[in-house]
Design a protein around this ligand. Structure first.
Ligand SMILES: Cc1cc2nc3c(=O)[nH]c(=O)nc-3n(C[C@H](O)[C@H](O)[C@H](O)COP(=O)(O)OP(=O)(O)OC[C@H]3O[C@@H](n4cnc5c(N)ncnc54)[C@H](O)[C@@H]3O)c2cc1C
Length: 454
């Protein structure tokens, strides 16, 4: 018998289990794969250190900073260097920096003159009243078409591998939605928020971009060690969760059976019908039907860039430009030790909801595509010293117009089944900081509930 059984040893499951373990609870993590980390995996080869899943996170909530502080020397956070402040956008045959000051905002060729002038009136524009307005409609309405095309569209491609016309702002970009709803304007809201008094804890949340010394996977490994390897069951197949007559949860898999007071899933929506087969199709439909963007990540290492430097976070491709990658990250421009001296590491992201056809390409076609994009976009006409291809069929969930129904379905299942918690990226955000925040919040809730009872 465990207090809590967590299904999935990705970042969400590990954060949750780690926090519970630290509070003295008995936790078992059950994972189908033969390793911990889920989408997070780091690799070292031929002098390059690269990621096959996420490359960087943001310290956008106090929980992220607190987790690293808690883990201490077991896992060292690396903050991105100054190069990470430079973000490039492909525009009419050239990479151009995204403006970061008033002057560069005025002079940039990325946005049209009429939209720049229109932006002056943004603080006085009427607040939107459609709670399900798409990101594209919101940005066009408040800022203008060129801001959608050359800032928000590539940003959504880079983060969600998604389509701004289909993502609903209040679910996909809740902070932006709240800014308009609370302050009637992004500009006025931004200024007001900057002036708001902040507690010491609030101040832990920053825009800082992080990785981990030795690769992001070290974060997961450090938590796994603290949870205790004996408490993590790997390579577990046919996992099912069922209610018992005595109000507990029975989790069974090919490795055995275990009872617990809480059972928490952290898997994708498409996995849940198999894990909870006794929940009817109609109750599960909105969760299981969550769309995920497929993404191919291609890690490319060049040992000698012949004096060229790539000191930037990376380059994003607006969909209106018709290029094949969604974006190219420059990890060696942000963190030390990612490539040999004089070389560079690139992460190409290809596919997404608007580029599903590229997900079907074979390795040779992808390699040819990447070499062409290296030449045309990065101006690097060299044979890479390393190319590794990583396919993620269910990379990023799309918080589209079906999200409201999905959240209602999750709430209904949880309230009818006390102790069963459906977590993971089916709700509460898609990024690593969201996953850490959710893991901490659920741990807090369980600790409080069990503390109240005992
Ligand atoms: C290509 C890519 C790039 C990304 N880039 C970024 C980025 O730059 N920054 C950022 O913040 N985020 C990024 N993300 C998102 C980030 O990786 C995720 O938010 C995070 O890693 C998800 O963690 P998780 O634990 O919720 O899910 P997962 O990592 O998917 O973990 C779920 C675990 O459950 C296991 N599992 C599934 N089904 C079962 C089952 N039936 N039984 C038992 N176990 C099961 C899986 O094997 C997996 O280990 C990226 C994601 C991808 C795919």
């Amino acid at each position: 018998m465990s207090d809590v059984i967590v299904i999935g040893a990705g970042l969400t499951g590990l954060t949750l289990a780690y926090r519970l373990k630290r509070a003295g609870m008995d936790v078992t993590v059950i994972e189908r794969g033969d390793r911990v980390g889920g989408q997070i995996a780091s690799h070292e080869e031929r002098g390059f250190l690269f990621e096959s899943g996420p490359n960087t996170g943001t310290v956008s909530s106090p929980e992220v900073a607190e987790l690293f502080a808690d883990l201490g020397g077991a896992c060292v956070m690396e903050s991105a260097g100054s190069g990470a402040g430079r973000r490039l956008i492909w525009c009419r045959g050239k990479l151009r920096p995204l403006p970061h000051s008033l002057w560069s905002g005025v002079t940039t060729p990325l946005f049209g003159l009429s939209d720049k002038l229109r932006l002056i009136g943004e603080p006085w524009r009427r607040r939107g009243d459609d709670p399900d307005e798409s990101v594209a409609d919101l940005v066009k309405r408040r800022m203008g078409r060129s801001f959608l095309d050359y800032a928000v569209d590539p940003f959504i491609g880079g983060i969600y591998a998604g389509d701004p016309a289909r993502l609903v702002t209040r679910y996909a970009l809740p902070k932006l939605y709240r800014l308009e709803q609370t302050y009637d304007s992004f500009i006025r809201g931004g200024i007001a928020k900057a002036k708001e008094p902040k507690s010491d804890r609030d101040r832990l949340a920053t825009k800082k971009i992080f990785s981990v010394r030795g690769g992001l996977e070290k974060l997961c490994l450090a938590m796994a060690e603290a949870i205790g390897r004996d408490n993590i069951i790997l390579s577990a197949h046919d996992v099912e969760i069922a209610p018992t007559d005595n109000g507990l949860w029975l989790v069974s898999c090919d490795k055995g059976r275990l009872e617990s007071r809480y059972a928490v899933t952290t898997v994708g929506g498409y996995e849940l019908p198999r894990i909870l087969p006794w929940i009817s199709g109609s109750e599960m439909e909105a969760i299981a039907g969550l769309e995920y963007a497929p993404v191919v990540q291609v890690s490319v290492g060049v040992a000698d860039c012949k004096g060229r430097r790539f000191d930037a976070f990376g380059a994003l491709m607006p969909s209106c430009e018709g290029r094949r990658p969604l974006g190219i990250l420059f990890p060696s421009g942000c963190f030390p030790g990612r490539a040999p001296e004089g070389g560079a590491l690139f992460s190409f992201f290809i596919g997404g909801v608007r580029g599903r056809r590229y997900f079907a390409l074979g390795d040779d076609e992808l390699k040819a595509l990447v070499r062409e994009e290296m030449r045309d976009v990065l101006g690097l006409d060299v044979e890479p010293d390393l190319i590794r291809i990583w396919r993620h069929e269910h990379a990023i969930p799309q918080y589209d117009a079906s999200t409201g129904r999905r959240l209602e379905a999750v709430a209904a299942i949880e309230s009818a089944n006390p102790g069963l918690i459906l977590a993971g990226n089916i709700r509460d955000g898609i990024g690593m900081s969201d996953r850490i925040k959710q893991g901490c919040a659920i741990a807090e809730r369980i600790i409080q509930e069990t503390g109240e009872d005992s």
